[in-house]
Design a protein around this ligand. Structure first.
Ligand code: NDP
Length: 481
């Protein structure tokens, strides 16, 4: 039963992975009276405009290679055209189904939902967009994040990742700005779907912060697949090509696509860009994958005393509690580790702390993750560069042509790497670049999280013939540092 002074025990703002999990566990398992407000679609970034549709697009994009490879294995398959509209229809249906599942999960747990925007009025009151107010003993903010464009004139001519799933047509050519997760994943996806992809990254190497050798191989593989990747390059000016009669004119492909591609500004057509190296080019479309900011604007947070960081992230302690004791925040809006499973764990820890009476800090250490490039990159723990700054390490690393694609005459390479403490022998980091590295790193993540030693890895018998058997058969370090 709700505390009689309040309408609810818990009011959750935001129906993404973290908010929905917290709401339904608090209501379903602890019998709390819970409400949740969401002004967009249920499921949030992950389900509606992130991980799920992205992964389905990754699957779609890999079939072109599979058909090619199958021919080397004796199959008489021929490559047909990719039908974006057919795929997009199925994708939309699947997302509708998943949103329905999320709504049902909430309803079945007894959570009352409001399809409205909500903001905080005071430490225990939420105001909904229809003007009604609701009071709650605890308020949980789980509003996630949103993509940002750089501060550049005409930046609204470029799309962001949210827009990709709604395109009427795929462009023939695209320029992707950025070198992070989203830029690299969509470069590979769109290349696999037959788009001419150019990528500009302002730094020296894509995927900043990840292991150098691993990201080096990803970059090389992306270039080999036909992505025109330029590092040390950024965009400095952009305009609709038709407004630049003196600049380079659209190529045949850009001109033919322009009319079908709706740009965010409402005007459509190929986009002229000038880069830091002085080059001028025209692309059917520009995608800004230049990072995401926490969605905390106009929520009344600072007015009631909640502290926000420079980018709008809500400042919380290890229990996800803000400086206002009744207000908690989880997920991307706190900008700690911006991954769906982390938001879910933060939601679970919040419920355990507040409704289970068992203060549970969130463990953000040794979180495995995968970047769904082609090949994928799976990673957990310290990169070689991070580790050697902390202590003496041994590096075990092998890179080779995997059996499946080597047989098909392809030059693809994979990489398996372990970073090992010289003193304790504990495996401090594991980095895999390979097909299905996301699946592999989930398993390796258990061993690294359990702080197993190199000798314990080696005591595990190899599974043969696999790529990942190398993780337990690398006898000698390639270097010490
Ligand atoms: P990231 O922060 O990973 O990357 C942003 C990229 O944009 C960086 O390369 C950055 O460069 C560059 N950039 C930033 N500002 C500018 C600018 N003004 N001009 C040019 N380049 C710029 O953000 P993403 O949007 O790719 O992803 C956001 C988060 O979402 C990730 O950090 C991750 O947590 C999560 N995510 C996870 C996925 C997964 O688990 N597979 C998939 C997708 C997203 P620089 O490196 O120099 O700062």
């Amino acid at each position: 039963m709700a505390d009689t002074d309040f309408d609810y025990d818990l009011f959750v703002i935001g129906g993404g992975s973290g908010g929905v999990r917290a709401a339904r566990v608090a209501a379903g398992e602890y019998g709390a009276k819970v409400a949740l407000a969401e002004d967009d679609r249920y499921g949030g970034t992950c389900v509606i405009r992130g991980c799920v549709p992205k992964k389905l697009m990754v699957f779609a994009s890999t079939y072109s290679d599979v058909v090619e490879e199958a021919r080397s294995y004796g199959w008489d398959h021929r490559q047909g055209p990719f039908d974006w509209q057919d795929f997009r229809g199925r994708l939309t249906q699947e997302l509708d189904r998943l949103e329905g599942v999320y709504r049902k999960l909430l309803a079945n747990s007894g959570v009352e939902t409001f399809d409205l925007r909500a903001r905080l009025k005071d430490a225990h009151t939420v105001e909904l967009a229809d003007g009604t107010t609701k009071t709650a003993k605890h308020i949980l903010v789980a509003t996630g994040g949103h993509p940002v464009r750089p501060d550049l004139p005409n930046a609204e001519l470029g799309i962001v990742s949210d827009d990709i799933f709604h395109l009427d047509q795929l462009p023939k050519s695209i320029l992707i700005i950025g070198g992070g997760y989203i830029a690299c994943e969509f470069a590979c996806i769109l290349r696999g779907l037959g788009v001419e992809v150019t990528q500009y990254y302002r730094g020296a190497q894509i995927l900043r912060g990840f292991d150098d050798e691993a990201r080096g191989l990803v970059a090389e593989s992306m270039r080999d697949s036909g992505i025109d990747l330029h590092t040390g390059t950024n965009i400095v000016e952009m305009a609709l090509a038709e407004d630049r009669k003196d600049g380079p004119q659209p190529t045949a492909s850009a001109a033919s696509m322009g009319a079908g591609v709706k740009q965010a500004a409402g005007r459509s057509g190929p986009v002229w860009v000038k880069s830091t190296n002085g080059g001028e080019k025209v692309f059917d479309m520009v995608l800004f994958a230049t990072g995401r900011d926490p969605s905390s604007k106009d929520m009344g947070l600072e007015e009631i005393g909640v502290t926000l960081g420079r980018r709008g992230e809500i400042k919380v302690d290890e229990y996800s509690q803000t400086g206002v004791p009744s207000v908690y925040a989880i997920g991307d809006v706190t900008d700690r580790v911006n991954l769906t499973p982390v938001a879910i764990r933060e939601g679970m820890a919040f419920v355990e702390t507040v409704f289970g009476g068992n203060p549970t800090p969130v463990d953000h250490d040794l979180i495995p993750s995968a970047i769904f490039t082609q090949p994928e990159m799976g990673t957990v723990g310290l990169s070689e560069e991070e580790a050697r700054d902390r202590e003496p390490v041994e590096i075990y690393c092998t890179s080779f042509k995997p059996m499946q694609s080597a047989f098909a005459g392809k030059s693809d390479r994979v990489l398996m790497k372990l970073v090992v403490s010289r003193e304790t022998r504990v495996v401090l980091g594991c980095h895999i670049v390979a097909p299905n590295a996301g699946e592999l790193i989930q398993m390796a993540g258990i061993a690294v999280k359990a702080k197993l030693t190199k000798e314990q890895f080696d005591a595990t018998c190899a599974v043969h013939p696999t790529m990942s058997e190398e993780l337990v058969t690398m006898r000698k370090p390639v270097r010490t540092a």
